[in-house]
Design a protein around this ligand. Structure first.
Ligand SMILES: [Cu+2]
Length: 161
């Protein structure tokens, strides 16, 4: 009886942790690396846009992923919005331990068949000196100009992160 119990569990026990581990690895992979599937489609697009809440006169930022499934290299040239006095494409860089935001005056390259993440602590669109408050639940329009894809109006939902 004891032998039977051992065999039954000996077969089943390793299967579940392995399945669980596989699922975890799959989730981790999905979260970090865009799957090839995400690069399907025939036109450059913006995914997962988010704007940070802020009051009038303050700065806000917009984050998103630019997906370029096409065979043509592209470049985000500039961003504009009515909600801010100045809108710029920035990248936060670590300068000997000091985090600095660098204005990307020449824009941001979006190579063919790739995606570029705009995230807190990295590339972002900076909305400086807001003309209006941005509260969670609202949304605003951000206009992005690309060298190849042209001008694109993107609705940015404001969310607490
Ligand atoms: Cu910035």
């Amino acid at each position: 009886m004891k032998q039977h119990w051992f065999d039954a569990h000996g077969k089943r026990m390793p299967a579940r942790p392995l399945l669980f581990l596989s699922l975890l690895l799959l989730l981790a992979a999905c979260a970090r690396v865009p799957s090839p599937k995400a690069l399907t489609g025939d036109a450059l697009r913006i995914e997962n846009p988010i704007g940070r809440p802020a009051t009038v006169g303050q700065n806000s930022a917009a984050y998103f992923t630019i997906v370029n499934p096409t065979g043509t290299d592209d470049r985000l040239l500039s961003a504009t919005s009515q909600v801010a006095m100045v809108t710029e494409v920035h990248e936060t860089q670590n300068d000997n331990g000091v985090m600095r935001m660098i204005h990307q005056a020449h824009g941001v390259a979006v190579p063919a068949r790739s995606s570029v993440d705009f995230v807190p602590g990295g590339k972002h669109v900076m909305l400086m000196d807001l003309r209006q408050a941005l509260a969670a639940g609202q949304s605003f329009t951000l206009t992005l100009s690309f060298a190849n894809a042209g001008t694109m109006a993107v609705t940015i939902p404001v969310m607490n992160q």
